[in-house]
Design a protein around this ligand. Structure first.
Ligand SMILES: NC(=O)c1ccc[n+]([C@@H]2O[C@H](COP(=O)([O-])OP(=O)(O)OC[C@H]3O[C@@H](n4cnc5c(N)ncnc54)[C@H](OP(=O)(O)O)[C@@H]3O)[C@@H](O)[C@H]2O)c1
Length: 199
């Protein structure tokens, strides 16, 4: 679904799980254990139509640190970590990891000749600080929201989806796991039809 770069930047899709009050985290971790959601996330972010290409996942430094050591970098994907700190380092042997100082520079890097053809889709995967900046931004083409209906205590929140910009495209039937009821809904950007008719 990734569109060609706007102003030399890649567009992206967001993938996130949130409660009705848009809670996404607690104490630096996920406040739930939902195996089917993890499977959905893995399948969505790993799949490419061209087997020679990979996808990229962009995340905040705190989300990177919340991934258990044995599971990071997320395999089969280019992991882009956002940090403003110049002292943040990862092991020099880490493959598939890029550090970027801002969302704009990450999107420009992914549009550059180094990555433009080899990276098929770009997903922004959290956490709260990153999604407060990027959820409703113009480069966002779609939002894959795991909608958690059960009330769960959170300390990290994201904004509501701007329904003047995004409309629901498809939704799964509800699933219940570990006593938590949720479904998968994809929102897509509402395209301005008048822009097309104006040529
Ligand atoms: N439910 C979900 O789907 C989901 C998904 C992901 C994460 N989470 C949860 O969300 C929580 C983490 O979210 P969070 O808000 O605390 O942290 P975060 O957004 O993951 O990371 C924040 C860090 O990212 C860097 N950063 C933020 N904005 C930046 C920018 N514009 N340019 C460059 N760097 C930037 C800064 O790193 P420095 O301090 O190093 O400069 C900042 O401290 C955890 O509880 C996690 O489990 C939930």
């Amino acid at each position: 679904m990734a569109l060609f770069p706007i102003l030399g930047r890649r567009s992206y899709e967001v993938v996130v799980a949130a409660t009705k009050t848009m809670g996404i985290g607690k104490d630096g971790k996920l406040p739930w254990r939902l195996p089917s959601d993890l499977k959905f996330f893995k399948n969505l972010t790993m799949t490419t139509s061209d087997p020679a290409k990979k996808n990229a996942v962009i995340m905040g430094r705190k989300t990177w640190e919340s991934i258990p050591l044995q599971h990071r970098p997320l395999p089969g994907r280019l992991n882009v970590i956002l940090t403003r700190s110049e002292s943040f380092h990862i092991g020099s042997m880490e493959k598939n990891v890029v550090i970027s100082g801002s969302m704009i520079s990450a999107l420009k890097l992914l549009a550059s000749s180094r990555y433009r053809l080899s990276i098929e889709n770009v997903f922004v995967i959290g956490g709260g600080q990153i999604l407060r900046e990027s959820l409703n931004a113009r480069e966002c083409d779609a939002i894959h929201l795991t909608e958690i209906e059960t009330d769960i205590d959170c300390d990290t929140f994201i904004p509501a989806i701007d329904v003047t910009q995004f409309q629901p495209w498809c939704s799964s039937l509800p699933i219940v796991e570990n006593g938590i009821r949720y479904c998968f809904t994809t929102y897509v950007r509402v395209r301005d039809s008048t822009a097309i008719s104006k040529g």
